[in-house]
Design a protein around this ligand. Structure first.
Ligand code: PLP
Ligand code: COI
Length: 350
């Protein structure tokens, strides 16, 4: 492994933020006449698309996000990539795009990771390799109808924490008056258009000094949905561990994993159900946002009804339950403990 380590880029891994870093290779495959090409690695980070492409005009595009992490003994692990493949297929169905077969998705991810070995942050650096698979409708198409051609691409970028700060940084959220997703809309899939619509909410949240927007349901503005880039976890009084249930939120891989860990390893009573935010606010002991980029980020305070509501330790300390869950999740993702769930997948290097 020693000569492999010498192949690593000379980056200051510990000070990386969540920014695009150009790596050497990306994977691309194209779809035309009902058939996917084999796919290949290419070097250019640029894409040429037709000016009439539906991805540009009608947002016929979607994406995924997952990470590769290095273990202490130098192996490289993905976390539940099969769930990302499935979610991209669910998104493609909703946007009338062709599904990327699971085999092609996993091969694209693994090839992009393997080819960029030197960019995968080393164990203990606090950084990870973020993987961004995406699918776009290309080719000319003026009228409002699905594209005839598609491109599936996977690029990777070494990243640090999504929210700035050392290790487990405590974040703040601001309840927004902007809606992200309507019932029966596209909130449950990873369509890029969801994020364009959310930029204003994030902007307003940042103006209030919060890291990110927190959405309530668009129909009644009562029930908690999710943050702009993460699902929500709540430790309630009486040991209940709750996550909002809604047809308009993204089914987070991280959240589904944490709920399982909370039940199986912390013996918490887990509930996935609608959460009446204002009514249940006094019962919330600890709150966190979770996702691939956010990992598990404890929420210290929330802006709601023109004031800050503070959670555990008045927003300065991480609550004990969230700290334990963060440790259990990240130890698993970095291969620091036995993978009792079979969730990690090693990318075997050549
Ligand atoms: N919710 C939204 C809106 C997201 O963008 C993300 C990030 O992917 C998540 C939740 C978390 O999902 P996951 O844990 O699968 O990354
Ligand atoms: C992720 O966590 O992978 C996401 O896609 C969120 C994105 C807004 C950075």
């Amino acid at each position: 492994m020693s000569n492999k380590l010498e192949q690593k880029k000379d980056l200051d891994w510990a000070s990386l933020g969540f920014e695009y870093v150009k790596t050497d290779f990306r994977f691309t495959a194209s779809y035309e006449n009902g058939v996917w090409s084999e796919g290949e690695l290419i070097t250019s980070e640029q894409m040429t698309v037709h000016e009439g492409a539906p991805a540009l005009h009608y947002s016929q595009q979607c994406f995924e996000g997952l990470k590769a992490q290095t273990t202490k003994d130098g192996r490289v692990l993905l976390f539940r990539p099969d769930l990302n493949a499935q979610r991209l297929q669910d998104t493609a169905d909703r946007l009338l795009m062709p599904q990327v077969p699971t085999e092609l998705f996993l091969r694209g991810v693994e090839e992009a990771v393997r080819a960029n070995y030197s960019w995968i942050p080393p164990y203990g650096s606090g950084a990870a390799l973020y993987i961004r698979p995406f699918l776009i409708g290309v080719g000319d198409n003026l009228g409002l109808r699905p594209a005839k051609k598609y491109e599936f691409r996977v690029f990777v970028s070494p990243v640090g924490p999504y929210y700035k700060g050392e290790g487990l940084s405590i974040i703040s959220l601001a309840v927004t008056d902007v809606d992200r997703a309507a019932p029966k809309g596209t909130g449950h899939v990873k369509a890029g258009s969801n994020y364009a619509g959310g930029l204003l909410a994030t902007h307003k949240a940042k103006e209030l000094g919060a890291n990110e927007a927190l959405y309530l349901d668009a129909a009644e503005r009562i029930y908690l949905e999710e943050a702009g880039s993460a699902n929500i976890l709540l430790k309630m009084t009486g040991g209940r561990f709750v996550t909002p249930k809604s047809d308009a939120i993204l089914p987070s891989v991280t959240r589904r994993s944490i709920m399982t860990i909370a039940k199986q390893e912390l013996d918490l009573e887990i509930e996935e159900r609608p959460v009446n935010f204002l009514k249940e606010l006094p019962e919330i002991e600890e709150m966190a946002a979770c996702g691939t980029a956010a990992v598990l980020s404890p929420v210290g305070k929330v802006w709601v009804n023109d004031q800050w509501t503070l959670f555990y330790g008045e927003g300065e300390k991480v609550g004990p339950t969230m700290q334990k869950l963060y440790d259990l999740l990240t130890q698993l993702q970095k291969g620091e403990r036995e993978d009792i769930y079979g969730w990690t997948k090693e990318v075997v290097m050549d």
